[in-house]
Write a protein that binds this ligand. Sequence first.
Ligand code: E4P
Length: 234
Amino acid sequence: MGKIGTQPGAEAKHKEVDIGFMSIFIDSANINEAKTALGLGWVQGITTNPLLLAQADMEPSAFFTELRKFCDGPIFYQLTSNTFESSIAEAHRVLELLEKQLVVKLPPTELGFKLCSELSSRIPCCPTAIYSPAQALVARESGAQYLAVYVNRATRLMGDGLKLVEDIAAVLEESQTQLLAASLKSTDEATLAFSAGAHHLTLPYSTVKEMSNHPLSDEAIKQFNESGRGLDQT
Ligand code: E4P
């Protein structure tokens, strides 16, 4: 199992979070969804964004405090401040709250990439809403540990989100920046994004629930249960 943590030379302030080489996260700020998904055993962390947090029925700080009672993996939080100084202050506030689990999401703007360069030696950073290989190169050069490509939105707005994943995976080769496929809306889109080169996937709750099911599997299992025999059966 690969180990993904802070950038080389990172200070001990932010300890490594061990996640698998490929990870599936849930994209949600709903505490019940998060609990169910993280309880499945194969969902390793959670991504949030300001819109998801605005729709939640809990205050963000209460949500994150509750979340940490059952989530041991990475927790992605997107900064919302508009200046360099206030963003650094916000990053430190959220670091207090989430400690080693924090991954800071940043907008892919001049300010966002400058913040990424500043913070990435101490806190894993994830420029988000990435739509071009050029932005991916800048993220790589800014020391980002992840970058979030908006796959479904790119398909809707630009034509081919999966090709975008492929192109971005190519510019990230042999770098420490990992491609997180986001804005995924179906199980097929999720698996195709992985095949196109994504290292990690973040999925809405509905897709998390669908990932392990198939009607033909249900049919096969029904038959085993109805007509089969094992050690426990007489
Ligand atoms: C990822 O971290 C984002 O929260 C998310 O996937 C955004 O995409 P959407 O708003 O299209 O679902």
